[in-house]
Design a protein around this ligand. Structure first.
Ligand code: ATP
Ligand code: MG
Length: 399
């Protein structure tokens, strides 16, 4: 697939911009701060309904405007689909497909797929678990768009239950007696939606694991093994070490996880009320990245961390392109021409020769590649495709 046209209204620095695109490689070139990343960020938004730079939508709307609109014409198997997403912070985002009537934003998921490499990827390795959870969820919604509904439900349930726990905590402190009648209902809802999220993420990690290990071996020239593990808060929240408690089996079914979440909430209730937070659930889980026996976070060198980040993206690309080999859950939704648009935001300056070469190989087979760079020299020679100059909010195709 590829994006044939991008149009932005009040997105980031752009009051309005039109960018026609073609399959193959396009380099977006211009000095710092001119709006290159803003353009590719918008493309990524259409694929994941999220930004690779900020966790919430507010910064995506141009200062002074109250909503942003991203439109993309996505071509797959010669058929074009016009996708339009309206971003209104604080309200539910809306979308339209082929000019139809407005619907939920998540209806557009699955139409465009992207894999985006960016300097921010380093935070996947060095940063907090929320970035890694977002990595998994962004990939999940591209693989199985219907999980977006479950994730949305989970977030809503989590907010409600957290609010309830907070007021219970306040009531307990004031010795006025907490009203806990509704808590059981929210426990059940949290367990029900949370279990689906946990199981989907575990299956994803299992599918990513061999691909990431393979990619890491290639980018690092065989120095050490990368191992991905999904760490569930079910295994950590009760203060047990894995030796005390059989770890959540990687193939645990939804019902089993749901039962264990309920059980954990029952046991943690006192603590949760005392602290006023939900202590167990997918919002406290993590994707653990290990190099050999050591965790990458806190131990890996800068170069190794880059290799790990790159391996995660390369594995994502492989998964989005080929699905799962066996009769896995994701191979069914695949059609021809489904490979993702590859976005390389400012990455070449950061990478050494070997890593550049790996990326270049990937680029060679990709249907569409969007590269950003401050100076044309930062774009490796084999990637010299079409060029668009980006300057002060204007885009101009260089002929
Ligand atoms: N919500 C917003 N409203 C207005 N301007 C914004 C908004 N968000 C970002 N900007 C502006 O957009 C510009 C950054 O654009 P962008 O990140 O695309 O730059 P870039 O061309 O990728 O630069 P670099 O080469 O440094 O990566 C900044 O000048 C920033 O102030
Ligand atoms: Mg940039």
């Amino acid at each position: 697939m590829y994006v044939a046209h991008l149009s932005l209204t009040d997105f980031r620095s752009y009051p309005q911009v039109e960018l026609p695109l073609e399959p193959g490689i396009t380099a977006l070139v211009g000095p710092n701060g001119q709006g290159k990343t803003n353009l590719v960020e918008a493309v990524g938004y259409v694929a994941t309904l999220g930004s690779h730079r900020v966790p919430s939508d507010a910064a995506l709307v141009r200062a002074g405007a109250n909503r942003a609109v991203v439109r993309a014409k996505v071509v797959r198997e010669e058929r074009a689909t016009l996708v339009e997403v309206e971003i209104t912070p604080g309200k539910a985002n809306r979308s339209r497909i082929n000019g139809g009537s407005p619907g939920r934003a998540r209806d557009v998921l699955g139409i465009l797929r992207t894999v985006l490499f960016a300097p921010e990827d380093l935070a996947l390795v060095k940063g907090d678990p929320d970035g890694r959870r977002r990595f998994l969820d962004d990939l999940l919604v591209q693989l199985t768009p219907r999980i977006a509904g479950v994730l949305g439900d989970y977030e809503r349930v989590l907010r409600q239950r957290s609010a309830l726990l907070k007021s219970a905590a306040a009531a307990t402190r004031a010795r006025s007696g907490a009203d806990l009648r509704t808590l059981d209902v929210w426990d059940a809802k949290l367990a029900q939606t949370g279990a689906q999220v946990v199981v989907a993420r575990q299956a994803l990690v299992a599918a990513l694991r061999p691909r990431a290990a393979h990619a890491y071996e290639q980018v690092s020239a065989g120095q050490g093994d990368l191992v991905l593990t999904y760490r569930s808060s079910l295994d950590t929240a009760l203060g047990q070490t894995p030796e005390d408690h059989a770890e959540l089996a990687p193939d645990a079914g939804v019902e089993l996880v749901e039962a264990r979440l309920l059980d954990a909430m029952g046991r943690l209730r006192g603590k949760e009320i005392e602290r006023g937070v939900c202590l167990v659930g997918p919002h406290r889980d993590d994707l653990v990245l290990q190099l050999g026996d050591l965790p990458a976070k806190g131990y890996a060198s800068h170069g190794e961390s880059w290799s790990v980040a790159l391996a995660l993206r390369l594995a994502s690309y492989a998964l989005l392109t080929h699905g799962v080999d066996d009769a896995g859950a994701w191979s069914a939704d695949w059609g021809p021409d489904g490979e993702p648009v590859l976005i390389l935001d400012d990455v070449f300056a950061e990478l050494d020769t070997r890593r550049r070469e790996r990326l270049a190989e990937l680029v060679a087979g990709a249907r569409q590649v969007l590269v950003t760079a401050a100076v044309p020299q930062d774009v490796p020679e084999p990637l010299a495709g079409a060029r668009v100059d980006v300057m002060a909010g204007e885009v101009a195709r260089v002929l």
